[in-house]
Design a protein around this ligand. Structure first.
Ligand code: PAN
Ligand code: ZN
Length: 182
C-alpha cells in the first residue's frame, strides 16, 4: 500500500511541497500593545512557525488546507507571544483548531467586536465560527503547537485587525493571564 504524501511526525508535517513560514518579532510591528518593548527585543527572534499542506490551489471552492502552527513561549512587555490574528477574507468561512502541545488561549472576536477566549491544551478542539477573528497566545513556558483545518477559499484578512485590533488583549497580570478590554 502507498504511504501518504504527507505525514504528521512528532507534531511536525513531513513531506514535499509544504508551505513553511516563520514570523519574527521584526514582522509584528504594532501587533503587541507595548511597541517600545517589541522594538527593544532581538528582531530576528522567531515568534511562530507555520507548516501547511495546500493540496489544491488557494481559492479552490470546496478544497481544504491543513497546517500546524508552533508558537514559541515568550512575552512582549506583559503580553504573551501570539499570532497576528485575522478574519477570513471570505468572512463566512469557519475553521477548526486543535491543541497538540503546550498551554495557550484562543482569542476570538465576532463582527460586533465581542471578544471571548477558550483554553487551548493538548486535545482541546476549537470550532472557529464564520465571521470570527482568531488569534492564539502561548501562556506557558514551553512550545505551544496546534493544528488547523480551513477552507481553501477562506483567505486571510489581516487588514481589519491591523487597523482596529481585537477589542481585548490577554495580558500577564500578576503572573496569570487576564483578558483586558482596550
Ligand atoms: C492558521 C493561521 C496560523 C498563523 O493557519 O494562519 O496559525 O496565524 P496568522 O495567520 O494569524 O498569522 C489559520 O487560521 N488559517 O486560516
Ligand atoms: Zn484562519
Amino acid at each position: 500500500m502507498k504511504t501518504t504524501a504527507i505525514q504528521i511526525i512528532k507534531n511536525s508535517l513531513q513531506g514535499e511541497a509544504l508551505l513553511k513560514k516563520n514570523t519574527c518579532i521584526g514582522d509584528l510591528k504594532n501587533v503587541f500593545v507595548d511597541e517600545a518593548a517589541r522594538i527593544a527585543l532581538p528582531q530576528e527572534r522567531i515568534v511562530y512557525e507555520v507548516e501547511a499542506y495546500l493540496p489544491v490551489k488557494e481559492g479552490t471552492e470546496g478544497g481544504l488546507f491543513w497546517g500546524i502552527t508552533k508558537l514559541y513561549p515568550g512575552k512582549v512587555g506583559n503580553e504573551y507571544h501570539m499570532t497576528r490574528g485575522h478574519f477570513h477574507a471570505q468572512s463566512d468561512r469557519a475553521e477548526y483548531y486543535w491543541g497538540l502541545e503546550g498551554d495557550g488561549v484562543l482569542i476570538l472576536m465576532d463582527r460586533k467586536r465581542y471578544t471571548w477566549v477558550e483554553e487551548m491544551k493538548p486535545g482541546s478542539l476549537h470550532y472557529i465560527p464564520a465571521h470570527t477573528a482568531h488569534r492564539v497566545a502561548n501562556t506557558g513556558n514551553t512550545m505551544l503547537s496546534f493544528a488547523a483545518c480551513w477552507p481553501a477559499d477562506a483567505g486571510h484578512d489581516y487588514e481589519e485587525i491591523a487597523k482596529n485590533g481585537f477589542s481585548a488583549r490577554l495580558l500577564d497580570t500578576e503572573g496569570s493571564p487576564k483578558l483586558k478590554s482596550v
